[in-house]
Design a protein around this ligand. Structure first.
Ligand code: AMP
Length: 419
C-alpha cells in the first residue's frame, strides 16, 4: 500500500477527500469550530510543499438540492485560507471543474463545492421514500450514477488521497467508489487517517493484560457490537452512564426512573455472562448521584446504584464508584474510553465524567496508551482541557465505533483492501 510519508507529489494533481463538515455560527455564518480544517492541514501542506496541486473535496451538512446556499463551502473559504496561510481557488460545481483544474498551478489549492449537492455522492435517491414501490429502482439508478459521479471527480487528478476519517464508514462517491479509478500506487490515506488507524490498531492489538475499556453514554443498544468485540480483548470492562441501569435491572436491582432499555435486558444479561465466561472483569458503578427530574437544577441524593429510590433517576456515578474506576484506570496499560459516565452537560452531574477524564490523563502520564473516541467523551476531554494529556483523541465518532466493532469500513477497504 502506498504511504503518504514517502510519496513525492511534485508535478501531480491530487484530489483529496477531506472532512470539512464544520459547524457554522448561525448569526455570522463563520466557522465556529475549525478543528476539522486544522486536522487536514498536514496532508494539504505536504502536497503543495512537494510541488503538487491540491483539489479539495468535502461535504458539509445535509443539503437536499443543488445548489443549496446554506450549505455552500464558499462560507468556509476564509477559514481555510486563514489556517493554510494562503489564498485558495473555488469551483462552484464539483462536477464541472475541468477548466479550473486545468488552470490550477502546482503549489495551488482548489476547493470544490459541496459534494452532497449531488445525491450521487451518498448514492441515496432523493425525494422518494423507502415505502414507495419505485424506491428500489431509484436506488439502483442512483448507485449506477454514483460511479459516473466518482469517475468525473477522479478525472481531475493523478492521485487520490482520502483523509476524511469521519466518513470512512460510508460507501460514498468520494470516500470509496472513486478509489477504483486509481491504481495502488496512486491512492493513499492522508496523515489524519494514518494516525487514526495507527491508534486504533495499537489498541486492538494490545494484550489483554492491563487493557481496560470504559463504556458510557446513554444506550446499551448503540454499544452492544463494540462491547462484544472488546470482550475478546480486554481484561477490564468499566460500564457507566445511562446504560448502567439496563445492566443493573437485568441483575435484579431497583433503578427508579433511571434510563432503561427494557428490550435489551436479555442482551445485558448475555453480555455479563459472556464476560464471565471469557474471564473479563466487569465493573458497574456501585453508587450514583440521583436526581428527582432530568434538569440542571434538579434536587439530588446519593444511593447504591441498585437501590435507586422510587421517583429518582441516576444521572452520574458517585464517589465510591469513582474511586474504584480511578484505581483500575490508573493501573492500566491500555485504555479505550467511549461515552460519558453521566449527564456531564449539566454541572451537577459532570463530576464522574471529569474524574474519569483525569484518571485517563494520569494513566497516560504513567505510560499507558489511551484512546478516546465517540463524540461525547471527546467533548468531555476537551471540556476538561485534557486533549493533549492523552495518547490519541479520535475525530471520527461513527467511523471509530464501527472500526472498533471489527467492521470493514468502505473508505479504508477501498485503499487498504480490508476484507
Ligand atoms: P452516547 O452518545 O450514547 O455516548 O451518549 C451520550 C449522552 O448520554 C450524553 O448526552 C449524556 O448526557 C447521556 N447520559 C450519560 N449518562 C446518563 C444517565 N445516567 N442518564 C441519562 N443520560 C445519560
Amino acid at each position: 500500500m502506498q504511504k503518504i510519508d514517502n510519496y513525492n507529489f511534485k508535478g501531480k494533481k491530487v484530489i483529496v477527500r477531506v472532512d470539512f463538515n464544520v459547524p457554522l455560527n448561525k448569526e455570522t455564518g463563520e466557522v465556529s469550530d475549525d478543528t476539522r480544517i486544522r486536522g487536514a492541514l498536514p496532508t494539504i501542506k505536504k502536497i503543495i510543499e512537494d510541488g503538487g496541486a491540491a483539489i479539495l473535496m468535502s461535504h458539509m451538512g445535509r443539503p437536499k438540492k443543488n445548489p443549496d446556499p446554506n450549505f455552500s463551502l464558499k462560507q468556509i473559504i476564509s477559514a481555510i485560507e486563514k489556517n493554510l496561510g494562503k489564498t485558495i481557488k473555488f469551483a462552484e460545481d464539483c462536477q464541472s471543474a475541468d477548466a479550473q483544474v486545468k488552470a490550477l498551478a502546482y503549489g495551488e489549492v482548489l476547493l470544490l463545492e459541496n459534494l452532497r449537492f449531488y445525491a450521487e455522492e451518498e448514492g441515496k435517491p432523493r425525494g422518494i421514500e423507502k415505502d414507495n414501490p419505485n424506491f428500489e429502482a431509484a436506488k439502483k439508478e442512483i448507485k449506477q450514477k454514483q460511479i459516473e459521479f466518482a469517475k468525473k471527480l477522479a478525472s481531475y487528478a493523478d492521485v487520490y488521497v482520502n483523509d476524511a476519517f469521519g466518513t470512512a464508514h460510508r460507501k460514498h462517491g468520494s470516500t470509496a467508489v472513486i478509489a477504483d479509478f486509481f491504481d495502488e500506487s496512486h491512492k493513499m490515506f492522508g496523515f489524519l487517517i494514518d494516525k487514526e488507524l495507527a491508534a486504533m490498531d495499537k489498541v486492538l492489538g494490545s494484550s489483554r493484560n492491563g487493557f481496560t475499556a470504559i463504556m458510557g453514554g446513554a444506550k446499551v443498544s448503540d454499544k452492544i457490537m463494540i462491547i462484544e468485540n472488546l470482550l475478546n480483548r480486554v481484561e477490564n470492562l468499566i460500564i457507566g452512564g445511562g446504560m448502567t441501569y439496563t445492566f443493573i435491572k437485568a441483575l435484579g436491582g431497583k433503578i427508579g426512573n433511571s434510563l432503561c432499555e427494557e428490550d435489551k435486558l436479555d442482551v445485558a444479561k448475555e453480555i455479563l455472562d459472556k464476560a464471565k465466561a471469557k474471564g473479563v472483569n466487569v465493573y458497574l458503578p456501585v453508587d450514583a448521584v440521583n436526581a428527582d427530574k432530568f434538569d440542571a437544577n434538579a434536587n439530588t441524593n446519593i444511593s447504591k446504584t441498585n437501590e435507586t429510590p422510587d421517583g429518582w433517576m441516576g444521572l452520574d456515578i458517585a464517589d465510591e464508584s469513582i474511586k474504584k474506576f480511578e484505581e483500575i484506570i490508573t493501573n492500566s496499560k491500555t485504555v479505550l474510553w467511549n461515552g460519558p459516565m453521566g449527564v456531564f452537560e449539566m454541572d451537577k452531574f459532570a463530576k464522574g465524567t471529569s474524574a474519569i477524564a483525569q484518571a485517563v490523563a494520569k494513566a497516560t502520564a504513567n505510560g499507558a496508551f489511551t484512546l478516546i473516541g465517540g463524540g461525547d467523551s471527546v467533548a468531555a476531554i476537551n471540556k476538561n482541557k485534557l486533549a493533549d494529556k492523552v495518547s490519541y483523541v479520535s475525530t471520527g465518532g461513527g467511523a471509530m465505533l464501527e472500526y472498533m466493532e471489527g467492521k470493514v469500513l468502505p473508505g479504508i477497504a477501498a485503499i487498504r483492501g480490508d476484507k
